[in-house]
Design a protein around this ligand. Structure first.
Ligand code: M6R
Length: 623
């Protein structure tokens, strides 16, 4: 859940660390710190709060050494409060380290270290690793080997990156579970980070460490060891298709807004990645790994968390309708601790944009160990999940920096939509006969949306105006039926996480089974009712809401006079110019930007920290 960066080479280490950490703040931002060599001494600068709290300190005190070497960290607190004392890097005598993940046996290690005469200065599990290294050094091993042996004492998923004042110019990183990526600096030296984003500044060729790998970086380059055997190993490079310019805000006030606006491009890139656009029939699916597994599926279980779980729910609607396959959608954190009964012929599909979410990884892995075929839908090449499952459908949203998932959700919806379309046609079901036509319409959606997703465009301006009029409502319900139900859940999640307003997503038909009791003029109900097969039913639910005096924000087709009449506020969906109708299965791709922008505009009015909402982190690598 934390961000790690490390550098050894000729560039100014302070600059490399600060820039790297700014790319990683999405992973956690309770406290930040760096450590770098000044002569034979390692200088540590850290503070609670965000990166800006240490920026000046680091800039005012650069290292003038010929060889520049240092490590940095941005923390999302698990063990110990978010204080300066608990911030990383942690120093223990001549050992300085940063850590990501959890040391599960930290209590017993702590007790042992105290017995041996060590005095922890922080409340963290991380600091204990330094004592373990010192203890190993007493046995006469060199610095990397002491780190290797110390790491063998740890239980739990984590990675550490360590320096020693006795070995200037050397950085040792070990991974078991929590991700760690390294790359050669083309100017000489090595860069370490807990994900690939900071490395893109320097190169697109990176090495993803395997579980149990150690990387030793120096100005000469990087060597790898397997910590179980202690032997040197070779690791293959991965060439990333992300360019550094994708990482900047490009003039947008927030990454979230930029990423919402990037959704048409995400759609094009993901379609290009998953489909063979040169083919037209029977279905232009590109040769994805995993097609053979999918084709044999008698049942599918999706496993995911948060927004990815909402994408999975949509998958259930599309797959059941078109392919006639039974689909269950499981919350990873529940599934992994249940005793799930999984029938023969079932395929498990983990959905995770990061591919590093601890619960999803563990749940999918449990199934893999039971011999069940596993697949992933993932946005990060080289991520742990994509390397552990039998096959991955990669989405092509590019790096998503805003903590709130937007374009990655969009890409996930598209991936499950494509799976459903493909399987529907392969199985020759009646309900699938319209699929080729629907896919022709799908190809138009990015163009249509791109023209609407402009800062000064009508669609965006209308939502901005609605947001101003509803921002003071005490609470929000997002309701919908059919395909609009998962989008309602997603709308409520977005509003909660970035605007800190209480919101609930509900199946519209469920309102009268309890929540209707809460409705009055202080509440707003966002009714997602495009003209689909559920439209009439949703509109009658809307009337139940109206009778209770709640403020209604309708989202629907621009020509829906009924919806306009019953709604206090109305957001017309972007539609093809010329009045061509769209198949109902495509509405989620139009509804998603509407609920994202509504949440964004409300958060903007509330003045919250939209890209880095409080208490959250982008990649949840702890349970
Ligand atoms: O990386 P993942 O897709 O596995 O992440 C799962 C959730 O943590 C994530 O979708 C979260 O709910 C979103 N950041 C919410 O916007």
């Amino acid at each position: 859940m934390c961000g790690i960066v490390g550098y050894v080479g000729q560039r100014k280490v302070g600059d490399v660390l600060l820039k790297g950490l700014s790319r990683l703040e999405y992973r956690g931002y309770d406290s930040t710190g760096v450590a770098y060599f000044k002569g034979a001494h390692i200088e540590v600068k850290k503070s609670e709060g965000k990166l800006r709290n240490i920026e000046e300190m680091v800039k005012r005190d650069p290292s003038a050494d010929r060889l520049q070497c240092g490590i940095g960290h941005t923390r999302w607190a698990t063990h110990g409060r978010p204080t300066t004392q608990n911030a990383h890097p942690h120093r223990t005598n001549h050992i300085v380290l940063v850590h990501n993940g959890i040391i599960e046996n930290f209590e017993s290690i702590r007790a042992d270290m105290i017995k041996l005469g060590h005095s922890p200065a922080s409340e963290t599990d991380s600091e204990l690793f330094g004592f373990l290294v010192l203890e190993e050094e007493k046995k006469g091993t060199d610095f990397p080997t002491s780190v290797q042996n110390a790491f063998r004492h740890l239980e739990g998923a984590c990675s550490v990156v360590v320096m020693s004042e006795k070995q200037p110019g050397l950085i040792v990183g070990v991974r078991n579970g929590s991700p760690l990526v390294v790359a050669l600096d083309p100017q000489g030296g090595a860069v370490f980070a807990s994900d690939a984003q900071p490395l893109l500044e320097y190169t697109r060729e990176v090495f993803f460490l395997e579980h149990g790998d150690m990387a030793i970086g120096s100005e000469k380059g990087i060597t790898f060891r397997d910590i179980r055997t202690g032997k040197e190993v070779k690791r293959e490079k991965t060439l990333l298709d992300w360019s550094a310019d994708k990482l900047d805000k490009q003039g947008f006030p927030h990454y979230m807004l930029k990423e919402i606006f990037e959704q048409p491009l995400t759609m094009v890139d993901t379609l290009n990645g998953l489909l063979d656009r040169a083919r037209t029939d029977p279905f232009p699916m590109a040769q994805q790994p995993g097609l053979a597994i999918l084709e044999k599926a008698e049942e599918i279980i999706f496993i995911a968390c948060g927004t990815s779980w909402h994408a999975a729910l949509l998958g259930k609607y599309w797959l059941e309708r078109w392919a006639g396959i039974p689909v269950s959608v499981e919350l990873a954190s529940e599934f992994r601790y249940r005793d799930p009964v999984v029938r023969r012929g079932t395929v498990i599909i983990g959905i995770s944009q990061s591919g590093e979410t601890a619960d999803t990884l563990a749940a999918v892995n449990d199934m893999r160990r039971r011999g069940i075929p596993t697949m992933a839908i993932c946005n990060v090449r080289g991520s742990t999940m994509s390397r552990e499952v039998d096959a991955t459908f990669f989405t092509s949203a590019g790096p998503e920096v805003g903590v709130a998932a937007t374009k990655t959700f969009y890409a996930q919806m598209l991936a499950v939509f494509i799976m459903a379309g493909y399987l529907g046609l392969r199985r020759g079901r009646d309900t699938a006969s319209k699929i080729p036509h629907i896919f022709q319409q799908l190809l138009k959606v990015p163009h249509m949306l791109e023209s609407q997703l402009q800062q000064d465009g009508k669609f965006v301006k209308q939502i901005k105006e609605v947001a101003k009029r509803v921002v003071a409502q005490k609470g929000f319900f997002f309701v919908g039926r059919g395909y609009s139900f998962p989008i309602s859940l997603e709308g409520a999640l977005k509003l909660k996480e970035i605007a800190y307003v209480h919101a609930e997503g509900y199946a519209a038909g469920e309102l009268k089974h309890g929540p209707i009791a809460m409705l009055d003029e202080d509440m707003a109900v966002v009714v997602l009712a495009p003209k689909d097969g559920w439209h009439e039913k949703t509109v009658s639910n809307l009337q139940e809401v109206k009778a209770r005096g709640a403020r209604i924000i309708g989202i629907g087709n621009p020509d829906d006079d009924k919806m306009k009449r019953f709604s206090d506020e109305f957001i017309p969906l972007p539609m093809p110019v010329g009045g061509e109708s769209l198949d109902e299965s495509l509405y989620p791709f139009l509804l998603a930007p509407a609920i994202q922008l509504l949440s964004y505009e409300i958060a903007l009015l509330k003045g919250t920290d939209i890209d880095q909402p409080k208490n959250l982190a982008k990649s949840v690598t702890v349970e």
